[in-house]
Design a protein around this ligand. Structure first.
Ligand code: B12
Length: 491
């Protein structure tokens, strides 16, 4: 069956992100002897024209639309991406394509409501590698769909969902079909390629969707296979920066360490980054990661007060935050802490503690957001229902955020003042214009990797420019030589 997969994600903040999930689905379709094609709308200037051209040229029998992001999860400046799905749905239907279905991580969090919103009757919840080929087999043969796993379909004005299955790695495609996307464009405009070394999340953070999307059991890839994929990306496709998209790169620690040793043994030269957790990385691992080219790590802390860490089920302590931060500093590993204030139980006292721990951590950058997006099926959803923040009938399709009543404007003003006095702080939703400007500058000077590594430099440059504007002199580049990555790349 000819299957056109469309990635509807047009978000370019914090940078454009290659549609890795759809590339996996395409690879699985190929393996099942279907003929996939991928239309990536990220850089499209005219989505109608591009969809029309793709449908005309390829004449697909089925179209699968992939929704990665539901919204930007911001309480300050919420943006829903659902219309980026609705419009392509409408266009595809107008073009008379026989079968249309929707999937992707954003979609999987609120499938029925998303289908209703887009006026579409069929979707796949969760991973697409088994479900999409199975669906296409059935659609092609005109056979009934109801017993397919991970399927949500409209029946008699309502929706019926069958449970999704999560396949261990040997059953998943060895490679995502990256040949179907413009990887060079993501490298030049997004600054990196992406790659996955495992699926699953064993942590129990109350608000988080990762276990819902990937399951609680860990499914690891073979290290040699990961290294082969890295080698293909770095040597054949000239990717010089990779993002490991795993929920936490450093769990299990020995898996991460074996990947790093393999990178060193094979002398693969590239820089990379990923998410880490204070409980699952020590100085020895950070040092090994650094040697293997890691030029920065991101900690999803959310909070740094003991009471809130416990309340949010984070599974690590303030001592572990400080120890892993110190370990990063000792091995000269740049690191960013991500905060999410305003969860259940947050008070001025817990915020004060978090601010103090951030100062003591010596982080390269601190990103601070307020308000937690509520997703169906999470503990936070249960808490929000109990507290009457949402009603059982609320679909949670549009940005719906939990914010502790104690987190008043006055308290947020204190956080803003704290941030203003520190070069390494960014408040999400408040400093977004600065992020946009940094992104433009970074790409202009062909810098790679996440932007937070340049935050201090950017802020100093801004101050210099403000002073110069007074004296009539011009601007200068963002990277003044930068920190040479451990793999020897100038950044
Ligand atoms: C790594 C990551 C990032 C990295 C990406 C780095 C990079 N260069 O790739 C960074 C930090 C940059 C990032 C940024 C953002 N992210 Co993010 N990210 C992730 C994470 C952890 C993994 C994504 C990934 O690559 N997975 C691996 C691929 C293989 O899986 P997948 O995409 O889900 O695809 C599978 C299925 O979904 C399905 N599928 C996919 N497409 C399709 C299509 C069809 C038709 C079908 C049937 C099935 C299907 O099959 C695929 C294979 O199994 C997820 C959480 C998670 N565990 O999923 C969040 C997640 C995707 N991100 C999310 C969000 C919100 C964002 C941001 C908007 C946050 C922000 N405010 O800045 C930005 C948007 C960036 C952008 N330009 O789009 C949300 C999206 C849901 C939502 N709440 O809207 C998630 C789910 C986390 C969450 N909060 O719940 N992200």
């Amino acid at each position: 069956m000819r299957v056109l997969l469309i990635s509807v994600n047009r978000e370019r903040q914090p940078y454009p992100v290659a549609p890795l999930g759809l590339c996996y689905v395409a690879a699985a379709l190929r393996a099942a002897h279907h003929e996939p094609r991928l239309l990536d709308l990220c850089f499209s200037d005219d989505i109608r024209a591009d969809i029309e051209a793709a449908v005309r040229d390829f004449a697909p029998q089925a179209v699968g639309l992939g929704l990665r992001n539901l919204d930007n999860t911001s309480m300050v400046a919420p943006v829903s991406y659902l219309d980026d799905l609705k419009e392509p749905c409408r266009i595809v239907r107008e073009l008379g394509v026989e079968h249309l279905f929707v999937g992707g991580s954003g979609f999987s969090l609120v499938p029925e409501a998303a289908l209703e919103y887009c006026g579409c009757g069929l979707g796949i919840v969760g991973e697409g590698e088994l479900a999409v080929p199975a669906l296409c087999n059935r659609l092609g043969a005109g056979r009934p769909l109801e017993d397919l796993p991970g399927l949500v379909r409209q029946v008699d004005g309502g929706f019926i969902r069958t449970p999704a299955v999560q396949e261990p790695w040997p059953g998943l495609p060895r490679r995502p079909a990256r040949d179907l996307i413009d990887g060079h464009r993501y490298l030049s405009q997004g600054g990196m390629a992406n790659l996955q070394t495992k699926r699953g999340c064993t942590f129990q953070c109350v608000y988080c969707t990762y276990p819902l999307l990937e399951g609680r059991g860990m499914r690891l890839r073979e290290v040699e296979d990961i290294l082969d994929e890295i080698e293909e990306l770095v040597e054949a496709q000239r990717a010089d920066y990779l993002f490991f998209v795993d929920d936490v790169f450093t769990t299990p620690t020995d898996h991460a360490a074996r990947i790093c040793r393999g990178i060193l043994d094979r002398r693969l030269k590239f820089a990379w980054t990923g998410f880490v957790n204070p409980r699952c990385a020590d100085e020895a691992l950070f040092e090994l990661m650094r040697k293997a080219g890691c030029d920065g790590v991101e900690f999803g802390l959310d909070v740094a007060s003991e009471a809130m860490l416990r309340r949010l089920g984070k599974g690590f302590t303030v001592a572990q935050i400080l120890e892993s931060s110190a370990a990063c500093r000792r091995v000269a590993m740049p690191f960013a802490h991500y905060l999410l204030l305003g969860g259940p139980g947050e008070t001025s006292q817990t915020i004060q503690e978090t601010l103090e721990v951030m100062d003591r951590s010596g982080a390269t950058a601190v990103f601070c957001a307020a308000g937690m997006r509520i997703y169906p099926g999470t503990d936070l959803h249960r808490i929000a229902l109990e507290e009457g923040v949402v009603r059982p009938t609320d679909s949670l399709l549009m940005p719906t955020v939990y914010c502790a009543p104690e987190l008043t404007d006055r308290l947020m003003a204190t956080v803003h003042t704290h941030a203003r006095q520190r070069d390494n702080w960014m408040i999400v939703g408040v400093h977004d214009a600065a992020m946009g400007e940094m992104l433009a500058l970074a790409r202009e000077y062909d810098l790679r990797g996440p932007l937070w590594n340049y935050l201090g430099q950017y802020r100093r440059r801004q101050r210099k420019m403000t002073r110069r504007r007074g004296s009539g002199q011009g601007a200068e580049p963002l990277a003044d030589g930068g920190t040479a990555g451990p793999a020897g790349r100038g950044r």
